[in-house]
Design a protein around this ligand. Structure first.
Ligand SMILES: [Mg+2]
Length: 196
């Protein structure tokens, strides 16, 4: 997806990208339009002019990444330290200077895309690990609460939680959380003694 408020630049960029085999969306002509277009069309990558009306390219890049995990490459006529710093803060995946040669697009875009997806994969793995550590902790806490409230052994408490989760078609961590959230007489756990 391209966004540039100068029509000629946008059109030239679109031609260059098409000659490289890319399917092109846009150009959007301001930052808000770029975000709206990204929301509607879910492009794989955005090339954003830095100076645009309504929302500049760096602000748009931040939104695209945080809301839709769409990486951006910034396009700019300026290489000032201020812009560079802001680009680093915004977490963009490339910074191209105008006028952009087709060769520069050819090398920058695949690297940007690869970097973004490596990062996303890592974030997903971390999130999964955090979730599994958290749910194991909840199950552990719930089990010990069951042990102390019902006076059964740890393995009995564990299988009571598992059995109840299976019957109610809930995840073990969900049952465990509800055990932690409610008083013991409201649990209705399927302990071995109670039958079933
Ligand atoms: Mg501009």
């Amino acid at each position: 997806m391209i966004a540039d408020d100068e029509h000629l630049v946008g059109a030239g960029l679109a031609d260059a990208l098409k000659s490289l085999g890319y399917t092109v969306l846009g150009p959007a002509t301001d930052g808000d339009a770029a975000v709206a277009m990204a929301r509607a069309e879910a492009p794989q990558l955005a090339i954003l002019d830095i100076r645009m009306p309504k929302k500049d390219g760096l602000e748009a890049a931040k939104s695209l990444w945080s809301a839709f995990s769409i990486p951006s490459v910034i396009l700019s006529a300026y290489s000032s330290d201020e812009y560079l710093e802001r680009a680093q803060e915004a977490g963009v995946f490339g910074y191209l200077l105008k006028p952009v040669a087709t060769e520069a697009l050819k090398t920058t875009l695949p690297v940007a895309w690869e970097r973004a997806h490596t990062l996303l994969g890592g974030q997903r793995r971390v999130a999964q690990l955090e979730a599994s550590v958290a749910s194991r902790r909840v199950v552990e806490q719930a089990k010990w609460r069951v042990v102390s409230e019902l006076g059964i052994t740890e393995p009995e408490a564990h299988s009571a939680l598992q059995r109840t989760a299976r019957t109610r078609r809930m995840r073990l961590a969900e049952i465990a959380q509800s055990v932690l959230d409610s008083p013991a007489d409201a649990w209705e756990l399927q302990t071995g003694q109670a039958g079933s």
